[in-house]
Design a protein around this ligand. Structure first.
Ligand SMILES: CC(C)(COP(=O)(O)OP(=O)(O)OC[C@H]1O[C@@H](n2cnc3c(N)ncnc32)[C@H](O)[C@@H]1OP(=O)(O)O)[C@@H](O)C(=O)NCCC(=O)NCCS
Length: 134
């Protein structure tokens, strides 16, 4: 698994109980998954499915969230990514699992229709990212 996003949460991200609103974390989870998919494929992606997720612990202002992920499946147009979210408490530095999820993304073209996956750097023998001018 590779870390795709790390973020400290702010008072603006809280719910009426003073803990972090779950939808904020879901949004970052979706973003981290899309970055993970982009790390492997030269496509634009939309989210089609988010599999069951459960929040295991509350998250507080100042906690440092880490989103780690990996591609666990791929089809013709779709890629499934697993994302794990850990939090580090600001004071104790205790680290614990907040949630995890499997997210399916579909590669789309500029007209937003589904399109086949293109492995990143498929025209580069070593899979290296293309640089400007290449
Ligand atoms: C993504 C979209 C273009 C797909 O078009 P579609 O004709 O419905 O696509 P399909 O039903 O053929 O599914 C496309 C791929 O998703 C996969 N898929 C669909 N439902 C799935 C499910 N429940 N679980 C796993 N994979 C699923 C299909 O297997 C297919 O993958 P493959 O080509 O690798 O086999 C269309 O559904 C769409 O635009 N959805 C809205 C996406 C969006 O805007 N998301 C942001 C949130 S609003």
């Amino acid at each position: 698994m590779k870390e795709y996003l790390k973020i400290s949460l702010l008072p603006k991200d809280t719910n009426m109980h003073g803990t972090i609103f779950g939808g904020v974390i879901m949004s970052y989870l979706d973003l981290a998954g899309a970055i993970c998919a982009r790390d492997r494929f030269d496509n634009l992606f939309v989210t089609i499915v988010v599999r069951e997720m459960r929040f295991l612990h509350p998250v507080y202002v100042g906690d440092l969230l880490s989103f780690r992920g990996e591609v666990i499946d791929q089809g013709t147009t779709s890629v499934t990514v697993k994302i794990e979210v850990d939090a580090e408490r600001i004071d104790s530095r205790e680290v614990f699992r907040v949630t995890d999820a499997e997210i399916v993304y579909v590669a789309v073209d500029r007209e937003r229709g589904k399109t086949p996956l293109i492995a990143r750097g498929h025209d580069q023998p070593d899979g290296a990212p293309r640089r400007k001018g290449q």
